[in-house]
Ligand binder design. Structure first.
Ligand SMILES: [Zn+2]
Length: 506
């Protein structure tokens, strides 16, 4: 039986966040090694869950190496990167011989030393495994795909759903490509086409136009005989890197020209519609007014500038303060604030508290708000999600958590760890029924929709300030391409073989 190594390294690095991501941040979400990789990820909706299930379907022996994950945040500290990636390479070396590697990366990881950290990982692993070894990689839809990533891998499969609900399917797809490659049934070659285009974060919901139509081009390409896989990465605008922007990847069976043509065609289709990918959102005052005046709730206000899934601190008070200012009732806001949790624990359940909450990470996300209230609940912050939700994680840990009720039915959930709001279990596990709330502040853009859309009367994306603000013109980039639409509105793209080019690995 063929032996296939599986490994994962996931980090979405926001280079505008000042707090670096360290090994401790990875430890908080999880570093699994050897058999623990299977124990942790088996049966999940994650791509690693897909690799594991795929090994049975496609008949290869799994060799679990290592999987390291951290919540999106600042640039990865050099020490943490060397530590974790070095460990992964050592474990892989010890596990040799293997016949292939299934590798789950994000594609927007940046370390202090390597702006293209994912490219560096595949370069090292390729060097270790040799040129002829199949390395099949999965990437997040928010990858900024580099030529280096494509050059050192055999095929690439990128999520096609935002929120990311197809992670397991993509893992299975990668496992299928691996199984067929090892059986000698196919010989994947891949090509990459990069566009000088930033797709605004507010236009990335794949269930609605224009993103829905963008992803339909994948289906057209997949109908071609000889095409093995087709992918689109919408890019991650909060990483100041050379490869920032939308990217198109296709894998064909032994036919590089076909892969190049397919990637180039998808890119040209997107380029023709570039004006549809520019965003404009309501201000906090306007959005809160709409929520307060709505006849019925819950109205979900997406705090775009403090998107935890994009590296936001999770403690912005901009919308919370605006709700109080406009005398909003029955609202719910989750804030990352370990200090406030400590104060609640010291006061005790049912006891009054008076404290300043939120906006403690930096000065970019509002100011701390003074509140008077009562501690309703103190919980361990661990919750389990079994449904298909963005990120595909089952067990989640938001750290010691306090629920505080303040006047007019407004509630605060205060957490000790930053947690992406992609599961209603985050609230249900605390005894909060989000459906009874009138306004819910959710710190994300698209990822939370899978959880919140079923209960929301309306979802409003809000143009809040912060490290994940919607308008890329508010960020000062140093490393991106000098011409990117819509920042430079007269940017030109010269078609399939244009200046930005089709890059490929024979
Ligand atoms: Zn993503």
């Amino acid at each position: 039986m063929k032996r296939v190594a599986i490994a994962g390294f996931h980090h979405e690095s926001n280079t505008f966040v000042l707090v670096p991501t360290t090994r401790r941040h990875f430890e908080q979400v999880g570093i699994a090694k050897g058999q623990a990789v299977i124990e942790r990820w088996q049966g999940t909706h994650h791509e690693l869950g897909g690799f594991i299930e795929g090994s049975r379907t496609f008949g290869f022996e799994l060799v679990p190496i290592m999987a390291a994950y951290a919540t999106p945040g600042g640039t990865i500290a050099s020490e943490a990167f060397e530590d974790l990636v070095g460990e992964m390479a050592r474990q892989l070396e010890e596990a040799l011989p293997v016949d292939g590697l299934l590798l789950a990366l994000h594609g927007a990881a940046v370390s202090e030393q390597y702006r293209d950290a994912d490219g560096e990982i595949v370069r090292r692993l390729r060097k270790l495994l040799g040129q002829s070894m199949p390395i099949i990689m999965t990437l997040d839809l928010h990858a900024n795909v580099s030529a280096k990533m494509i050059e050192h891998t055999t095929a690439t499969v990128i999520y096609r759903s935002n929120p990311h609900l197809d992670q397991k399917q993509r893992g299975l797809e990668a496992a299928s490509l691996m199984g067929r490659t090892l059986a000698g049934a196919i010989r994947p070659v891949q090509a990459l086409a990069c566009l000088p285009l930033i797709i605004n974060i507010s236009k990335q919901y794949t269930q609605e136009p224009p993103a829905r139509e963008l992803y339909a081009t994948i289906d057209s390409v997949m109908e071609q005989t000889g095409i093995l896989s087709a992918s689109i990465a919408m890019g991650f605008p909060y990483a100041d890197v050379e490869e920032l922007g939308a990217a198109f990847v296709a894998a064909a069976d032994g036919n590089l020209a076909q892969a190049q043509a397919a990637a180039g065609w998808m890119a040209s289709q997107a380029w023709q519609r570039r004006h549809e990918f520019v965003g404009a959102l309501p201000s906090p005052a306007e959005a809160v007014r709409r929520a307060v005046l709505a006849p019925e709730g819950p109205i979900v206000l997406m705090d775009v500038g403090d998107n935890v899934g994009g590296g936001g601190p999770g403690d912005s008070t901009v919308l919370f303060a605006e709700i109080l200012k406009q005398h909003g009732k029955d609202s719910l806001t989750i804030l990352f604030d370990p200090e406030a949790v400590t104060a609640c624990v010291a006061a005790g359940v049912r006891q009054p508290v008076e404290m300043a909450v939120g906006a403690k990470t930096d000065r970019l996300h509002g100011s701390p708000v003074r509140v008077k209230g009562k501690v309703r609940t103190i919980a361990d912050g661990v919750f389990v999600e079994t449904q298909v939700r963005h990120g595909g994680k089952r067990v989640n840990d938001q750290g010691l958590t306090a629920v505080v009720e303040i006047p007019s039915g407004n509630s605060l959930v205060l957490t000790s760890r930053r947690m992406q709001p992609v599961s209603l279990e985050q609230l249900l596990s605390l005894g909060i029924d989000p459906e009874r709330k009138r306004t819910i502040v959710v710190k994300g853009v698209v990822a939370p929709r899978a959880a919140y859309e079923p209960i929301a009367r309306e979802v409003i994306l809000v143009d809040t300030p912060g490290v994940t603000g919607a308008n890329p013109a508010n960020f000062s980039y140093r490393h991106r391409w000098p011409n990117l639409f819509p920042l430079e509105r007269d940017t030109a793209y010269h078609g399939e073989q244009g200046s930005v080019g089709v890059l490929s690995k024979p």
